[in-house]
Design a binder for this molecule. Structure first.
Ligand code: SAM
Length: 280
């Protein structure tokens, strides 16, 4: 049996919301109760339990094991993502950030990027396509991308790098031809896979942004932290941004989601666009 994840001194739903906040940073106010119940309904049925309260009791006590806790975290988190989401960020990287990096001849041209809260990988692979295109254009540099996310199943999906044709619709047709593989198997007609040349350079690891330390290099050039701060409370947002800032090289870039720019108020960061920051 796994260790309990919460003391049971409140009703199961309240204890559960507190446990999720402690484990993931995700704030679940009481107004989200119906949403939580809806997302967990299948698990209640799966375990043949009479109601959500009984299910939550079992999860909290650890009696359903760590795998069930991972499943719950996966169901509670919102993994919505898409290729080239907030395209202006990718355009800015091509037009401004990469030329600035490549023009700096003092630096060894090896670019390190990090998609923190990567979800199933669309963000990291979109960036990979942008970087690969720059190489095709004749710029000599090396690059690597790290993708991290809290959810174990979502990280496994990112590593498989298989997407539906619908998911890759936002990818430019030329990039689709260059970087997505199709199968001859008619059963896989609606699926594509990222080509090995990109997969080799994009690594995914499970990691919790609530952890006090991140096992990641401290000279990263570009960090994506998009569409995840919105789930955290103010203190957690500031702590996460401060910790991530410590992993940027001086002059490195932090990019947040379009509704998250105001969450970033650190003195060591200069705002160069509403959602793009540069480490001083
Ligand atoms: C809405 S998705 C955003 C994905 C991508 N960054 C984008 O903008 O398309 C939010 C992701 O944050 C992850 N997440 C939530 N809390 C987290 C935490 N404490 N540590 C790491 N990842 C977390 C979720 O699992 C989810 O995949």
């Amino acid at each position: 049996m796994t260790q309990p994840i919460a003391r049971r001194d409140a009703d199961p739903m309240t204890s559960f919301r507190q446990a999720i906040h402690r484990m993931t940073g995700i704030s679940l106010p009481a107004t989200k109760t119906a949403l939580i119940e809806q997302r967990l309904r299948r698990r209640v049925v799966h375990h043949g339990l009479p109601c959500t309260g009984t299910y939550l009791d079992r999860v909290l006590s650890g009696s359903l094991g760590q795998a069930e806790i991972d499943t719950v975290v996966d169901l509670i988190t919102t993994n919505t993502t898409s290729f080239f989401r907030e395209r202006a960020h990718f355009d800015h990287i091509s037009a401004e950030i990469l030329p600035a990096i490549l023009a700096d001849r003092r630096r060894k041209p090896r670019l390190k990027c990090w998609s923190a809260a990567s979800s199933e990988g669309a963000e990291a692979y979109s960036l990979a396509m942008v970087l690969a295109e720059q190489q095709r254009a004749g710029h000599a540099f090396d690059w690597a991308i790290l993708g991290t996310d809290l959810s174990v199943p979502i990280i496994e999906k990112a590593r498989r790098a298989v997407y539906s044709t619908e998911q890759v619709a936002p990818v430019d047709p030329i990039l689709r031809r260059r970087y997505l593989m199709t199968s001859d198997d008619p059963a896989l007609r609606d699926q594509v896979r990222i080509v090995p040349e990109l997969r080799r350079r994009v690594l995914f690891r499970q990691m919790n942004l609530m952890d006090a330390r991140y096992p990641v290099d401290r000279d990263v050039d570009i960090i994506f932290l998009r569409n995840v701060l919105i789930y955290f409370d103010l203190q957690d947002r500031q702590d996460v941004v401060r910790r991530l800032q410590g992993h940027l090289r001086p002059g490195g870039w932090l990019i947040v989601g379009h509704s998250e720019g105001m969450s970033v108020t650190l003195s060591g960061l200069e705002r160069v666009r509403p959602t793009i920051f540069r480490k001083l």
